[in-house]
Design a protein around this ligand. Structure first.
Ligand SMILES: [Zn+2]
Length: 322
C-alpha cells in the first residue's frame, strides 16, 4: 500500500521537510537551507534528511512534492538565478527522482501554497483564490476558475514585482524600481528604512538611528512600532501603502473570491497590517472586495502545498514534469 508522501518546502533561510498522508501533514522537521555547495548540494541534503527522519516509511511513499523559492525552470524542475540564496542555481527534479525512484513534482512555493490552501485550507469552497506571502520576498499563487496558473517557465503571477510606485528610487532585488517587494520584502526593508531615515533625519528616534546604519530589519522595525516609535510608524505606513497598492492590483487582475496571506513578516504582524490594508483597498477596486484572511495553515502552508501537489499533481504540471 502506498499511503505516504514526502513533502519539502525550500525557503531562503529554512528548508522544511515532512511526512504526509492523504488527509494531513503527519510530521515535519526544519533545517537551515545550505548556503555553500554546488547545484546538487540542496537536493542531496533533502534526500539525506528525508531518509534520516522518515526512512522507515520509504517503501510506502507514493510521491514527493516540492515547493521552492523561485524563479524556476519548470521543465527541468530546477531553480535558476534565485537572488535570495547564495547557491543561485540548483537542481531538484532530476536528482531527487533518481535518488528516490518515485514521482517528484516541483512548483514555486507560493504557487504550491495556493494549491494547499485549496485542498486543505480556507479555499475548499472557492474557485478563484490568491495566496500571498509576505516574507523575505513577496510572492503569490493564483487559482482562476479552478485552474492553477503556472506560466511558460512556472513563474506566472510574480506579484512581488508589481509596480506600486512608478516614480520611485526604491530598488528591488530584481533590479527594477518601485516594486511591491522592494517596499515589503523582509530582505529589502533595511534599505527602505535607510532611504526614509535620510528623508526624516530630524526625528532622531531609536528606530531612525538603527535605520541610518542600515540595521532596521523587520523584527526590530515592528518592535519599535509597538513601542510607539514615530519613525517606525513612518516605515510601517509606507509598507501598508505598498500593500494596499499590491493587493488592489491583484484583486483587479484576478477577481478572486478569497485571498489568504501567509509568510513570517505578515503572520508575526497581522494585528498591525491586516486591517488598514483591507480598509485601504476599497478606493482602488473595479470589482467586489474578496474575503481577505490570514492562512489557517500558518507556517506549514508550503508543506501543505507540497502535499497537495504530491497527492494530486495539477494536469498541466503532469504534462510538463510527469
Ligand atoms: Zn522586482
Amino acid at each position: 500500500m502506498n499511503n505516504y508522501f514526502f513533502v519539502v518546502d525550500i525557503g531562503a533561510t529554512y528548508t522544511r521537510i515532512g511526512l504526509g498522508s492523504r488527509d494531513k501533514l503527519l510530521d515535519k522537521k526544519i533545517f537551515n537551507t545550505p548556503i555553500h555547495g554546488d547545484e546538487y548540494t540542496i537536493a542531496h541534503r533533502i534526500y539525506e534528511e528525508l531518509v534520516k527522519n522518515y526512512g522507515e516509511y520509504l517503501d510506502e511513499v507514493e510521491a514527493i512534492g516540492i515547493a521552492t523559492i523561485g524563479p524556476l525552470d519548470i521543465r527541468k524542475g530546477k531553480v535558476i538565478n534565485t537572488p535570495n540564496l547564495p547557491i543561485h542555481n540548483f537542481e531538484l527534479l532530476e536528482p531527487l527522482r533518481r535518488l528516490f525512484s518515485r514521482p517528484v513534482y516541483v512548483l514555486n512555493d507560493a504557487v504550491a501554497s495556493v494549491y494547499g490552501e485549496k485542498t486543505f485550507g480556507l479555499g475548499r469552497d472557492y474557485e478563484n483564490i490568491v495566496y500571498v506571502t509576505l516574507s523575505t520576498g513577496v510572492g503569490g499563487g493564483v487559482i482562476v476558475d479552478d485552474h492553477l496558473l503556472i506560466g511558460k517557465m512556472g513563474n506566472a503571477h510574480e506579484i512581488g514585482h508589481i509596480v506600486v510606485n512608478y516614480d520611485s528610487e526604491i530598488k528591488c532585488g530584481c533590479g527594477g524600481f518601485g516594486h511591491w517587494e522592494a517596499y515589503v520584502g523582509g530582505a529589502n526593508i533595511p534599505r527602505l528604512a535607510e532611504i526614509l531615515a535620510n528623508r526624516y533625519k530630524d526625528r532622531e528616534t531609536p528606530a531612525l538611528i538603527e535605520a541610518l546604519n542600515g540595521k532596521l530589519d523587520p523584527p526590530k522595525l515592528f518592535q519599535y512600532y509597538r513601542r510607539g516609535d514615530q519613525f517606525a510608524e513612518i516605515v510601517v505606513k509606507e509598507i501598508i501603502e505598498a500593500c494596499i497598492a499590491g493587493f488592489s492590483s491583484i484583486i483587479n487582475i484576478y477577481d478572486p473570491e478569497l485571498i489568504t496571506i501567509g509568510g513570517s513578516l505578515f503572520l508575526n504582524n497581522q494585528d498591525i497590517l491586516l486591517k488598514p490594508v483591507i480598509e485601504g483597498i476599497s478606493k482602488h477596486l473595479v470589482t467586489s472586495k474578496p474575503l481577505i484572511r490570514p492562512t489557517p495553515l500558518g507556517e506549514d502552508v508550503g508543506l501543505y502545498g507540497a502535499l497537495a501537489l504530491a497527492i494530486n499533481p495539477p494536469p498541466k504540471l503532469l504534462e510538463i514534469q510527469g
